[in-house]
Design a protein around this ligand. Structure first.
Ligand code: FE
Ligand code: FE
Ligand code: ZN
Length: 276
C-alpha cells in the first residue's frame, strides 16, 4: 500500500481534516498536535474525533502523524523551556491515546550552547519521563537539517538518543528528506549507502515514517528550506527512487512542501503516477 498524504490544518476540526485528505487523494495526513506557535492545547471534541476515526477506518488510511509544536525544545539550556517541553510532551501523548494508529513526531531540539552530548542525555531523560509501556503511540524523532544548535543532525546523534530511551518498542525515527539532504547525506546520488548507514547506526527497524520534501538548498547547506516536489535540489528522479525504494516503500510519506491544498493534490497525484 502506498500511504501518501500531506500536512493539514486542524483549524476546522479532525473530521474535516480526514475529508480534506480524501479530497486531495491522500490516505494519511500530518497535523499539529496543538497550535505550532502557541502553547495551550484545545480540548478534544470527541464527536468530531470519532467522525474522523470513522472516515479513516472506512478508507483504510495509513498511520496518522501528529507533529509537536516547533516551539517545543526539550533540551534548551533554560529550565523553564525544558519544563514546558516535558509538560507539552506529556499532555500530547495523553491526548493521542484517543487516536487510532498515530505516530507523534517531534524535533529533538536545539541545545542552545550546552553541546549536543549533554543535550542528548536530557532529551532521553525527557522521553523516559513521559513514555510508558502501556501507551499506544510511537514517538518519532525527526532527523534535522542542523540549523543553529539543532540536535539530531546526524544518524549518530539520533542513535545516541534512542540508545538511552527505556521503551525502545515505542520510539522511532521520521526521516525528513529535505533535512537529511541539508545535513549532508547524499540521498540524490547514494540513497542505498545512506540507508545502509542508517541501518548500521540506528537500525532500519526504527524508521517509521518519511517527511517527503524537496530542498531549496544544496546538499549540506544546513538551512532547512523545503521546496515543492521536483522543483528543488533533490529533484524528481531522486524522489522517485525514494518512494519506490524497497526499504522505504512500505512507510507512510507526508508532504511538507510549500503548497496550498491544490498543490498538495497535484503532488500526490504525481507521486502516485511514479509509484512502481
Ligand atoms: Fe518537523
Ligand atoms: Fe519535517
Ligand atoms: Zn524542515
Amino acid at each position: 500500500m502506498f500511504y501518501i498524504g500531506s500536512h493539514l490544518s486542524t483549524s476546522k476540526g479532525y473530521a474535516k481534516m480526514a475529508e480534506t485528505a480524501l479530497s486531495i487523494s491522500a490516505n494519511t495526513f500530518q497535523f499539529f498536535s496543538r497550535n505550532p506557535r502557541g502553547s495551550k492545547a484545545k480540548k478534544i471534541d470527541e464527536d468530531d474525533l470519532n467522525k474522523m476515526i470513522y472516515i479513516i477506518e472506512e478508507n483504510n488510511f495509513g498511520p496518522l502523524l501528529a507533529h509537536a509544536p516547533y516551539t517545543l525544545n526539550p533540551c534548551s539550556s533554560t529550565k523553564k523551556v525544558r519544563d514546558f517541553a516535558s509538560q507539552v510532551l506529556k499532555e500530547d501523548l495523553e491526548k493521542l491515546e484517543l487516536f487510532p494508529k498515530t505516530y507523534y513526531n517531534f524535533h529533538p531540539g536545539s541545545h542552545t550552547g550546552m553541546g549536543a552530548q549533554k543535550a542528548i542525555e536530557i532529551i532521553a531523560n525527557q522521553l523516559n519521563g513521559v513514555m510508558t509501556s502501556e501507551m499506544k503511540t510511537t514517538v518519532l524523532l525527526e532527523t534535522m537539517a542542523g540549523k543553529g544548535t539543532e540536535v539530531g543532525r546526524s544518524f549518530d546523534e539520533i542513535a545516541d538518543i534512542i540508545k538511552r530511551v527505556n521503551h525502545k518498542e515505542k520510539i522511532g525515527v521520521c526521516m525528513d528528506t529535505c533535512h537529511v539532504h541539508e545535513a549532508g547525506y547524499d540521498i540524490v546520488n547514494n540513497l542505498d549507502e545512506v540507508l545502509e548507514e542508517f541501518d548500521e547506526k540506528i537500525g532500519l527497524k526504527y524508521l517509521y515514517a518519511v517527511h517527503l520534501n524537496d530542498s531549496k538548498n544544496k546538499i549540506g547547506a544546513g538551512k532547512d528550506r523545503h521546496e515543492k516536489i521536483g522543483k528543488g535540489k533533490i529533484g524528481l528522479d531522486a524522489i522517485d527512487r525514494i518512494i519506490n525504494h524497497e526499504k522505504l516503500r512500505d512507510l507512510p510519506f507526508y508532504l511538507e512542501t510549500p503548497n496550498e491544498l491544490d498543490g498538495y493534490k497535484r503532488e500526490i497525484e504525481l507521486l502516485k503516477s511514479l509509484r512502481k
